[in-house]
Write a protein that binds this ligand. Structure first.
Ligand code: C2E
Ligand code: MG
Ligand code: MG
Length: 359
């Protein structure tokens, strides 16, 4: 495939290895022309040393491979030398992948919901559905730990489908109770968007639960857009045509190529938590937030601030014209039953003049 092995028979020192790898990467970095198009390659390099990391060729290659894999995990186009910790990480990933395989059947997943709030009115303006995994052997495993493994192994397609279906089932239940009037969003991973059956699967779920226009939202990340812009834009247009809203998640952490923003059918931009946590101390973070809001508004997108934890952050956001916020300040993500109590109390307050006064 696209993997190559170099054997360097006479290595004088570890720094010699660094230099050799740099030569290889520099040589590959030169753009070249293929079929009339300029092509640039990046390369991730992992290395193992004889005899420190193995005395058999198979073992040396396996360890160099693990090192290369760790480079790909932490950002491409770099170099890593094998170490024993990589073996532990790989076996942890493998055992998690194995446990993930049966998790759906064992009914170990659930969804928590976190409210999004309209900054001007203080009313709940939406919810984000976030997956939770209660593993029989490992206890509570946070999504940051298992989503990337599920993506690499392809299991995210099945798990993601379960998430969409479960969120839609819940939307229908809350709508039937008359307590929900805001959209619920679901995170969609790049791997799911590459699945040819995605559109049909979504359509089927929406029909099953009779999901109407603007009841459901997908949160996607910028990496989807950078991947294959044409295809991504076409797919998003088809998703929008089904009546689904689209939000751009973790904005500012990826490539932030602004040119796609006006070409993609995006409704909302979610400013990444890292800017919000820095905004009170860093003028730079605050300036970026202001610029993103101004740009988004001029393109007709709404803006939501992620990870608002402090009253002072909310106060500062009010001065920036930001539309919505989400974060621990208002509520942690909570199980559906707790959210239902919150929603029912709100619906009651809205319908009762006395309660309204107390509120
Ligand atoms: P995300 O989509 O950016 O979700 C927001 C994350 O920030 C959630 O973490 C949420 O609990 C956390 N959060 C919310 N408010 C605050 C706050 O005020 N402070 C801090 N420190 N954190 C806050 P969570 O639930 O652990 O999810 C992490 C990530 O895992 C998500 O980031 C998303 O990328 C991914 N994820 C979660 N559920 C799903 C899913 O169903 N499908 C896919 N593909 N990815 C998911
Ligand atoms: Mg999200
Ligand atoms: Mg986010």
């Amino acid at each position: 495939g696209d993997e190559f092995v170099c054997v360097i028979p006479e290595l004088l020192s570890a720094s010699h290895l660094d230099k050799t790898v740099m030569h290889i990467q520099l040589a590959l970095a030169d753009p070249f022309i293929a079929n009339g198009e300029e092509v640039t390659l990046s390369c991730s390099v992992g290395a193992s040393l004889y005899p420190d990391h193995g005395t058999e060729p198979g073992q040396l290659i396996q360890h160099a491979d693990l090192a290369m894999y760790s480079v790909k995990q932490t950002g491409r186009n770099r170099f890593a030398l094998f170490n024993q910790h990589m073996v532990e990480l790989a076996s942890e990933r493998m055992s998690m992948e194995k446990r993930l395989r049966g998790a759906l059947k064992r009914d170990e997943f659930s969804l928590h919901y976190q409210p999004k709030v309209d900054i001007n009115t203080g009313a709940i303006s939406g919810f984000e559905a976030l997956i939770r995994w209660q593993s029989a052997d490992m206890g509570n495993v946070p999504p940051d730990k298992f989503i990337s493994i599920a993506e690499d192994s392809g299991q995210i397609v099945e798990i993601g489908h379960w998430v969409i279906n479960e969120a839609c089932r819940q939307i229908r239940a809350w709508r039937d109770l008359g307590v929900l009037s805001a959209p619920v969003s679901v995170n969609l991973s790049v791997r799911q968007m590459r699945e040819p059956s995605l559109l049909n699967d979504i359509k089927h779920v929406m029909e099953t639960h009779r999901i109407e226009k603007d009841w459901l939202e997908f949160e996607i990340t910028e990496s989807i857009l950078m991947d294959q812009q044409e295809q991504a834009s076409l797919l998003l247009a088809k998703i929008k045509a089904l009546g689904i809203l689209i939000a751009l998640d973790d904005f500012g952490t990826g490539y932030s190529n602004l040119s796609y923003l006006d070409r993609m059918p995006i409704d909302t931009i979610k400013i990444d938590r890292s800017f919000i946590s820095g905004m009170l101390k860093s003028q730079r973070d605050l300036s970026i937030i202001k610029a993103v809001i101004a740009m988004s508004h001029s393109l007709g997108h709404k803006v939501i601030a992620e990870g608002v934890e402090l009253e002072a952050q909310l106060d500062a956001l009010r001065l920036t014209n930001c539309d919505h916020y989400q974060g621990y300040l208002y509520s942690h993500p909570r199980p559906a039953e707790q959210i239902q109590i919150m929603l029912s109390a709100q619906a009651l307050a809205a319908n009762s003049p006395t309660l309204k006064l107390i509120k």
